[in-house]
Design a protein. Structure first.
Length: 169
């Protein structure tokens, strides 16, 4: 995180909203009392959201609370959607990604589905939110996950930030 924050501070051409701030313990405790998972809150105390280019976003606490509608059941969807089981932590394109409240990590849908609600199953993207960020978003893997091609690379602020922080080629 330090490398990303330093690179952002030195990059006047990148959007400041690329990296969120942090959530204090008092705010985290109040949110946990309202049902927000502790794993998500622990992450928000280090990084309260990240706008990773045009197609990948990790929500900060306030945004996450506004996007929990993704966890509700959808008519005719084969997915086991439930706010008691899932907590929406971000989006890849228009597809939500979830923190599994039972501790099974970060869940998304397989790449082959066009509409996320039509997916037959979830796929585990990472063992937890911190691992998802460190292994998928703060590495060269981000370019594949965000489906960035050679024509879009110069317009992606997150990839520029990763490169300036020494985290991507």
């Amino acid at each position: 995180m330090d490398a990303l924050r330093t690179a952002l501070a030195e990059s006047t051409d990148l959007l400041r909203s690329t990296l969120g701030g942090t959530v204090d313990e008092e705010t985290a405790a109040a949110a946990e009392a309202d049902g927000v998972p502790r794993e998500f809150l622990d992450f928000c105390q280090v990084l309260d959201g990240a706008s990773c280019g045009p197609s990948v976003q990790l929500f900060g606490l306030e945004e996450a609370e506004e996007h929990q509608f993704y966890c509700g059941p959808v008519v005719d969807s084969p997915l086991d959607l439930s706010p008691e089981k899932l907590f929406c932590v971000g989006l890849i394109g228009d597809t939500p990604i979830f923190l599994d409240r039972a501790g099974r990590g970060i869940l998304g849908i397989p790449d082959e589905h066009w509409e996320w609600v039509d997916a037959e199953r979830f796929e585990r993207l990472a063992p937890g939110l911190e691992a998802f960020f460190l292994e998928r978003l703060a590495t060269p893997e981000y370019a594949r996950l965000a489906a960035i091609d050679d024509e879009l690379v110069e317009y992606d602020d997150w990839l520029k930030l990763l490169r300036r922080a020494g985290l991507a080629d």
